[in-house]
Ligand binder design. Sequence first.
Ligand code: GLC
Length: 481
Amino acid sequence: MRIAVCASEGAPYAKSGGLGDVMEALPAALARIEGNEVALFLPYYKKIKENDKYEVQLVSQFQVSLGWRQQYCGLMKLTNRNDGVQVYFIDNEYYFGGRPGAIYGDMDDGERYAYFSRACLDAMVALDYIPDVVQCNDWQTALIPTYLKSVYRAKFPDTRCMYTIHNIEYQGWAHGNFFDDVLGLPWEYRSCLDMNGSVNMMKGAIETADLVTTVSETYARELMYPYYAHGLDGILANAAWKLTGITNGIDTNTFNPEADPALPAHFNADTFQQGKAECKAALQAEVGLPVEPDVPLMVMVTRLAGHKGLDLLCYIARRLLWEEKCQLLILGTGEPQYETFFKDLAAEYPEQCAAKITFNLGLAARIYAGGDIYLMPSKSEPCGLSQMNAMRYGTVPVVHATGGLKDTVPPADENGEGGLGFTFQSYNADDFLASLKRCLNLYNNNRDGFNALVKTDMSQDFSWDVPAGRYMELFQQMISW
Ligand code: GLC
């Protein structure tokens, strides 16, 4: 099958969050399936352009229409990736190459990604790569299904389109004028994209894609409710017949405690007691906590954003540190009130708490490996990847039972049996504390039970092979229509 994947980020080239990880591993898993041909289209951001590890060749140049605008596109083919995925970068100095700083956050992001979405389709035409299936992701590529159904139908008569929602919070809103000024779509598509007079690109994708997926089964159900759907519950309920949840995997080659070059010691499900103890001691020393092998080390690697459940952690943090002999380590950057809170907490309890307000992938890996307990009390979580990283590295998760956290962390009992971690049902700080205390109790009073749970966590298959197979089933289904 000929597959085109379009996304605004993909590791290792450009990544701001989980989407970047998925766009590294999913195309590769699809390419491993016999008979598939996979191309991945990404913007040619400044930091990719300036990284000489990536060897590229200019293969085509053309103009992209955007309302009254004609914008240049240089199509760059990556020539030194060898896992069967052919990467193409969309080069435009004005929209991507000449912009310093973060990937997103510019005032004209709507126009930048409208350009990108059309440029991907123009690139496929220029390459004469007419795919059976286009898979696109989140609001940044949400215009692709609408363009495919309208302006590009003649060039892609049999191509089917899957749209995947990784996070419904960011929908691609724009002023109503954006429809005529930038998109240049036929008038009859106005209602697809319209929401109360504004343009909502994600809504358009939900309506025009052949199938819609999201990144866990539970999140797919949650999206039927206003609490989770950020205004799109009605639209998704109407499209429920074409909505499927496929739980993400993780890249088990990158996240491998037996080989990860960032770790001071390596281990697997049989050797973790020794290996994790070494990683824990080194980690405590690295972050300036007392090196205490038997004090439970609770860790969190996260964007410091409200929906990650930080309000719950802030509410219970002091009580937790008073009542329990334990250590807490946080790594991440984000909203200033949380950065300040954790810096203050670390200054107040230097023996028990460390806060590293930075983005550091090596330290993140050492935290997954050196921690005992991984905290993820997210308010909502479409899938979540780090709870799976943590389990693969033998760190027991304590999570809010929502979205992908519910699907990947079935609850264990107080002996650590029958599940993979500890969970709480309602989004409430006392319930979070209670589940954390059940986990600490197991660690403190039944270490054999705790270690058996670690072993079970480490023995799970979180690879992309199963989810990639499910994507293929849906691709087949669309093609047969
Ligand atoms: C988004 C979601 C996260 C998910 C990731 C990859 O970042 O917030 O839950 O794991 O996308 O699909």
